[in-house]
Ligand binder design. Structure first.
Ligand SMILES: NC(=O)c1ccc[n+]([C@@H]2O[C@H](COP(=O)([O-])OP(=O)(O)OC[C@H]3O[C@@H](n4cnc5c(N)ncnc54)[C@H](O)[C@@H]3O)[C@@H](O)[C@H]2O)c1
Length: 344
């Protein structure tokens, strides 16, 4: 049976999701395209062959009995109202990250979706990058021993990607800046590699380089994982250059008791244990962050969960733990203190 999809928000990320549906033509069809910019909804429908109904009213997508699932690529402040309405109507949901504006909202959304027993997946696309599964396997097999430290880093210039006045520049509409919007990717990935985080210490600032931005565009923070591993992170939306020699311009270094894995100039490993990796950092022969592919795998995983009643790897429940880390980071800045991550 074809899964009928209503797309809510037809901006940048919706366009990134489309190849996932194109690759799943036998399983799913986008039947509605919604954006409050009607032209964008029309353009998206046209790209799909013109049969999808267009609207500016997201509630009408949810109310439509011909829609089985909603794929929500809308601004952050709309995530909770849309998902709460979708739960009420019994729709399955694929929702772009971050799940919500804060942890309380996220909890309410997960509870509401639990009640109706539909699939609720958060689109943490980096978890679906093909290279991350083999890395996780190496880690679980102890190839670099016990992971004792991790470093993550990401550099972007927000106003080069989005126009002045865009909702992402506004704390009220986005719920924060570089932490909630971008650092969340690597935080979520590190959780999947290293396990949960116990406490965090954070600093942030607003550079003034992104005109009109009233929330943080530079953040530095430390994390202590439940395992005892220490994480160091730096993320900015105010970088003229991308200094990180990786395809994604984001850095990952994992330090183990028996070696190291990092993604500099492609994924490399040194292991005192594994043949072929004993003489220093050696290419792991993995692809390096083909971002487009991550969305295809993500959409396919979601559709598979809907069709076969599976729980997504990045379910709403799983994502609460990521949201709790984000919440603790903001609290740490506000209080000036190291902050325990709430249990979810
Ligand atoms: N996974 C990633 O790598 C990644 C990258 C960028 C953004 N995102 C996430 O994707 C989501 C969307 O971001 P984006 O970059 O596509 O933003 P965008 O502004 O390009 O798209 C959002 C769309 O929502 C529409 N919209 C606004 N209010 C609406 C309403 N009331 N009803 C219907 N449509 C409405 C806007 O017109 C816009 O077209 C966010 O959650 C963002 O954090 C994820």
């Amino acid at each position: 049976m074809t899964i009928r999809v209503g797309l809510i928000g037809c901006g940048l990320m919706a366009r990134a999701h489309l190849p996932g549906y194109e690759a799943s033509r036998n399983e799913a069809e986008i039947v509605m395209c919604c954006d409050n910019n009607l032209q964008l909804a029309r353009d998206t429908s046209a790209k799909l062959g013109g049969t999808a109904v267009v609207t500016t009213d997201w509630q009408s997508v949810i109310d439509n009995p011909q829609v089985d699932v909603v794929d929500v690529c809308a601004p952050h402040f709309l995530h909770a109202p849309i998902i709460l309405a979708a739960a009420k109507a019994g729709k399955h949901v694929l929702l772009e990250k971050p799940m919500a504006m804060n942890l309380a909202e996220a909890r309410e959304m997960v509870t509401a979706m639990d009640k109706v027993g539909k699939v609720f997946m958060v689109a943490q696309n980096q978890r679906y990058l093909p290279e991350h599964a083999p890395i996780k396997k190496w880690l679980d097999e102890g190839a670099i021993g016990r992971v004792i430290a991790a470093r993550i880093d990401g550099n972007q210039f927000l106003s080069k990607s989005y126009p002045e006045g865009h909702w992402l520049f506004s704390k009220k509409l986005a719920g924060g800046g570089v932490i909630r919007t971008t650092a969340i990717h690597k935080i979520d990935l590190m959780r999947s590699f290293l396990g949960d985080v116990r406490r965090v210490t954070a600093l942030y600032s607003t550079s003034g380089l992104n005109p009109g931005m009233d929330t943080e565009d530079i953040a530095a923070f430390a994390m202590e994982f439940e395992s005892g591993a220490i994480g160091e992170a730096f993320f900015t939306f105010a970088a003229y250059q991308n200094p990180i020699p990786t395809a994604s311009h984001e850095l990952v270094i994992l330090y183990g008791t028996k070696g190291m894995i990092n993604n500099i100039n492609g994924w490399h490993m040194h292991s005192t244990e594994v043949e072929g990796y004993k003489n220093g950092l050696t290419s792991m022969g993995l692809p390096n962050a083909d971002y487009g592919q991550s969305f295809v795998h993500e959409v396919k995983h979601f559709l598979d969960c809907v069709a076969n009643g599976k729980t997504p790897a990045t379910s709403g429940h799983d994502n609460l733990k990521t949201m709790a880390i984000i919440e603790a980071l903001y609290q740490s800045v506000e209080t000036g203190k190291t902050t325990l991550v709430e249990h979810t």
